[in-house]
Design a protein around this ligand. Structure first.
Ligand SMILES: [Zn+2]
Ligand SMILES: [Zn+2]
Length: 104
């Protein structure tokens, strides 16, 4: 079951909805990463949880997108984003500001 939380930087006001950890939904794994190029937190598609449940087309599309920033499509500027969840802009630990949203 994947879930998403609202995080807020109380220093600069940056907010993001992200799982905040490596996560697995019904169909895909996601990783929480900071993209240093975009200076944002992103949930990066890591791969399918059950490859056999996908059609060939779906699997190919997923392989093309896996491990890439959804904004710039780069894969070299991603760094793991775990506790204490530093703000990508200023490095201050971000607070969870909202409840969890189940995404599948
Ligand atoms: Zn900040
Ligand atoms: Zn990026």
């Amino acid at each position: 079951m994947g879930s998403t939380y609202d995080f807020e930087c109380t220093y600069c006001g940056y907010t993001v909805s992200a799982s905040g950890e490596d996560d697995a939904g019904f169909l895909v794994y996601t990783w929480s990463r900071i993209c240093r190029k975009c200076v944002v937190v992103v949930d990066v598609l890591a791969g399918p949880t059950v490859p056999s449940a996908l059609t060939d087309d779906e699997r190919k599309r997923m392989e093309r997108n896996a491990g890439r920033c959804p904004h710039c499509r780069g894969r070299d500027d991603l760094v793991p984003w775990g506790a204490p969840h530093p703000c990508p802009r200023c490095g201050v630990p971000m607070c969870r500001s909202g409840g969890g949203i189940m995404w599948d």
